[in-house]
Write a protein that binds this ligand. Structure first.
Ligand SMILES: NC(=O)c1ccc[n+]([C@@H]2O[C@H](COP(=O)([O-])OP(=O)(O)OC[C@H]3O[C@@H](n4cnc5c(N)ncnc54)[C@H](OP(=O)(O)O)[C@@H]3O)[C@@H](O)[C@H]2O)c1
Length: 292
C-alpha cells in the first residue's frame, strides 16, 4: 500500500478497533476513524487519526474499509444505509471484515459485498487487548489473492503473524475452532479453581503446580489469576465470549456435530453474561465459584 493510501476503521473506539487504529496510524498509513460513540475514538487524534461523524464520511475515498465491531448486526449497521460505509465506498475499495461474526454473519457480509461489487476479505484475529496494543495479533485472513499486497502493511502493523487460508469464510471457520478451544479453557480453569476453593486447597498452588509443564497454558495463568483475585477488569468482555461460544455451537449444529462441551459452555457463559457481561471473560468463574 502506498504511504498516501487510506484505511477507514469502523468501530475505532472499541477495545480492539482502538488499538488496531493506533498501530496502523503509527505504521504510517492514513487512518480515518468512525465510532458510534465518537468520544471513545477521539484520543486517536493524538496519532494523527481523523475522526468522522458517520461511517460513510470515514469510508469516502478510503482504499480499505476495516470493520471491527461487536457482532454481525453491528457490522451491518455500520456498512448499510444512507450513512453506512458502503454508500460511500470508492471503486476498487476492499472491505476488510475483522470482527468475530461466525459463518452466517460472514455469509451475510460476503453476499452484501458481492451485491455492491466490492472485494471482501474475512480476517478475524486471535489475541486480546494486550496483544492488540502491542501489534501482536494473529490474523486469520481469507479472500481474493489480489488484495494481499494492499493488506500486508495493515496486517504487519496489527499482528506478528498472518495466515492466508483460502476463500473468504475460511478465516471465520478457523476462528470458530479457536473459539471452541478458548471457551473450553475458560470453563476448565473456572471449574478447577472452584473445586480448589471448595476443597480448601489454595488455588494459587494449582497454578503453581502446573506452571511451565505440559498442563500449563498462558491463558490459564492469566485468567486463573484474575479468577482467584476476583479482578474482572475487561480485556475480553464476557458478553463477547458468550457470543463466541454461541457462534461455535451454531457452527457445530450446522455441520451436524454433537459437541456437548461447547453447548454446555455456551449456556454457562450466557448465564454469567446476564449479570457480568461487561466484565472480563474471567468473570465466567462466578457461576462456579463456591462463594457466589
Ligand atoms: N477483545 C478481545 O479480546 C477480542 C479478541 C479477538 C476478537 N475480538 C472480536 O473483535 C470484535 C470487537 O471486540 P472488542 O473487544 O473491540 O469489543 P468492544 O470493546 O465491546 O467494542 C465494540 C465496538 O462495536 C461498536 N458497536 C457495537 N454495537 C454497535 C452498533 N449496533 N452499531 C455501531 N457500532 C456498534 C462499539 O461502539 P460503541 O463504542 O459506540 O459502543 C465499539 O466500537 C468482536 O467481534 C470480538 O468478538 C475481540
Amino acid at each position: 500500500m502506498a504511504a498516501n493510501e487510506t484505511v477507514a476503521v469502523l468501530g475505532a473506539g472499541g477495545t480492539m478497533g482502538f488499538a488496531m487504529s493506533r498501530n496502523i496510524a503509527r505504521a504510517g498509513v492514513t487512518v480515518h476513524a468512525w465510532n458510534r460513540t465518537r468520544a471513545r475514538a477521539e484520543p486517536l487524534a493524538e496519532d494523527g487519526v481523523q475522526i468522522f461523524d458517520t461511517a460513510a464520511e470515514a469510508a469516502a475515498g478510503a482504499d480499505v474499509i476495516l470493520t471491527m465491531l461487536t457482532d454481525a448486526d453491528a457490522v451491518l449497521a455500520a456498512v448499510e444505509g444512507e450513512h453506512g460505509a458502503l454508500a460511500a465506498a470508492r471503486d476498487g475499495a476492499i472491505w476488510l471484515q475483522m470482527s468475530t461474526i461466525g459463518i452466517e454473519g460472514t455469509e451475510r457480509c460476503a453476499a452484501l459485498a458481492r451485491e455492491r461489487g466490492i472485494r471482501f476479505v474475512d480476517a478475524p484475529v486471535l489475541g486480546t487487548k494486550q496483544p492488540a496494543e502491542q501489534g501482536r495479533l494473529v490474523v486469520l485472513a481469507s479472500g481474493p489473492e489480489d488484495t494481499r499486497a494492499a493488506l500486508t502493511p495493515i496486517f504487519d502493523a496489527i499482528g506478528d503473524r498472518t495466515l492466508w487460508l483460502g476463500e473468504a469464510g475460511a478465516g471465520s471457520r478457523l476462528k470458530l475452532v479457536t473459539n471452541a478451544w478458548l471457551v473450553a479453557i475458560v470453563e476448565g480453569a473456572a471449574e478447577a479453581i472452584a473445586l480448589s476453593e471448595g476443597l480448601g486447597v489454595d488455588p494459587r498452588n494449582f497454578l503453581e503446580a502446573v506452571r511451565g509443564g505440559g498442563l500449563d497454558a498462558p491463558y490459564l495463568q492469566l485468567r486463573g489469576k484474575a479468577m482467584i483475585e476476583r479482578d474482572f477488569t475487561p480485556s475480553f468482555r464476557l458478553s463477547l465470549a458468550a457470543k463466541d461460544a454461541r457462534l461455535a455451537a451454531e457452527a457445530a449444529a450446522r455441520h451436524h456435530l454433537e459437541l456437548p462441551l461447547v453447548a454446555l459452555v455456551r449456556d454457562r457463559l450466557a448465564a454469567a453474561a446476564e449479570q457480568h457481561g461487561d466484565e472480563d471473560v474471567a468473570a465466567a468463574f462466578l457461576v462456579s465459584a463456591p462463594s457466589s
